[in-house]
Design a protein around this ligand. Structure first.
Ligand code: URA
Length: 440
């Protein structure tokens, strides 16, 4: 078999068979296919797409390119994944709800990517929290308390690591078969029997329109179902930040506030976190979605989720009192940004708000950077709410005051002030479910 022939086939829009896809994935993983051929193939996929069968096979081969996690000793295994957003701290709320309901959540999470945050970076802001556990510790903790969250190991879907690095520099990231196979290969390798996806659209997301997000959601649900997983996906808005907290320690503090009962006005964090947990319960316990939602809501409201959160953080070495007594990292400098105008804040470029937090130090400029765990933004405006001139819009946190000017400029550029009010965008646009169970 020759790679040049596979590139030619895909260039002409023909479908590839299992052996051909295996040849490509194995060759990439072993470093036997030169980058120029891989890049040409990826570009052909961007233009020609892939059939349902091709996507399912590509994902499986990528999942099997490295280690896979065997969760068969655990009951009711459940995972969740967000395609990435700003102020998206849902895992910190959703995972404890699911575990408190009796699910086994053995989760591998990622780090921040571009302007979007990553759960592992957030957890590292808790003193003592261990994001790396041995397999025995990881499985043992989930068996005992139902929940562990660690960073992805280097050997999880190594084919994806190679492909992603090339996609990043050849403008071939935004292809539905490539995104779907990238995300789902890691979910399949991580082993859970049911997976709930939060597929985001809007200015702060990979997918800019709800239609594209729905296509991606359907593609990923199909792939999971083809591999015997119970699947659901929500298509949710990233037209405003999901929460008023953006930054690593800032988001952990925010998660504790949600778990203690807050629901910040105009922001979707609580609603989306509970809906995701409800879908996880529905899939893993085979109960109707409405019942899953009602149970998730009760577990959050009556404090069981907050108890599970503390148990989880403590079990993984984290200093729970640092959260309860507000001793998480704090930046030495703050600046309050005041509204330059009066009007209704009807739109936000959420990508710019996320980038503003990165400029303060919360994200990475280069892959090898360590984020400043204390840096970020606390927003005080209400999405689609009214702002008066001179009113505080946010508090910026940084370790270096020289960072404030650039971050403030970008933050203000992100906001649109209108003379007339507008309705807030719908938060959850679609639900795609894929289990073959008659209750659906
Ligand atoms: N996240 C991933 O893991 N892969 C993609 O291709 C896009 C987002």
């Amino acid at each position: 078999m020759r790679m040049v022939d596979l590139i030619g086939k895909k260039k002409r829009g023909e479908a590839l068979g299992e052996e051909e896809i295996a040849f490509f994935v194995d060759g990439c993983t072993r470093g036997e296919i030169p980058d120029y051929q891989t890049a040409a193939f990826l570009m052909a996929v961007c233009f020609r797409g892939m059939s349902r069968e091709e996507r399912a096979i590509l994902t499986e081969k990528m999942a099997l390119s490295g280690e896979t996690v065997d969760l068969s000793s655990l009951p009711r295994t459940a995972d969740k994944h967000s395609t990435g957003g700003v102020g998206d701290l849902t895992t910190l709320v959703t995972a404890p709800i699911a575990a408190a309901a009796g699910l086994s959540v053995a989760k591998m999470s990622g780090r921040g990517l571009g302007h979007t945050g990553g759960t592992v970076d957030k957890l590292e802001s808790i003193p003592g929290y261990r994001t790396s556990l041995s397999e025995a510790e990881f499985l043992g903790q989930v068996k005992k308390i139902g929940l562990a969250v660690v960073g992805q190991t280097a050997d999880l879907a190594p084919a994806d690591k190679k492909l992603y690095a090339l996609r990043d520099v050849t403008d071939t990231v935004d292809s539905i078969p490539l995104i779907a196979s990238s995300i789902m290969s890691k979910k399949l390798a991580a082993g859970a029997g049911s997976v709930v996806l939060d597929v985001k659209y809007g200015s702060g997301a990979f997918m800019k329109t709800p239609e594209d997000a729905l296509d991606l959601a359907r593609a990923m649900v199909e792939i999971g179902v083809a591999h015997g997983r119970k699947m659901a996906a929500l298509v949710t808005s990233m037209e405003f930040p999901l929460a008023p907290w953006i930054g690593n320690a800032i988001e952990v503090r925010g998660a504790a506030r949600i778990l203690r009962g807050e629901d910040p006005k105009g922001y979707g964090i609580r609603t989306v976190a509970v809906r995701l947990a409800g879908e996880m319960l529905s899939l893993a316990l085979s109960i109707p979605a409405q019942e899953g939602l009602a149970r998730a809501e009760a577990i959050l409201s009556d404090g069981r989720a907050y108890r599970k959160f503390r148990e989880w953080i403590g079990a993984q070495g984290g200093d729970v009192s640092a959260i309860e007594e507000d001793r998480l990292p704090r930046a030495p400098y703050t600046r309050t940004v005041l509204s330059p105008a009066e009007g209704w804040i009807t739109r936000a470029d959420t990508g710019k708000i996320g980038t503003s937090a990165c400029l303060l130090g919360a994200g990475r400029v280069k892959k090898e950077d360590s984020p400043d765990l204390a840096a970020g933004l606390e927003l005080s405006f209400v999405p689609c709410g009214r702002a008066e001139k001179g009113q505080p819009l946010c508090v910026m946190h940084a370790s270096d005051p020289a960072k404030f000017d650039g971050a403030e400029e970008l933050f203000l550029e992100a906001l649109t002030f209108s003379d007339a009010p507008a309705d807030p965008p719908a938060l959850i646009r679609e639900t795609v479910r894929g289990a073959e169970d008659p209750i659906f």
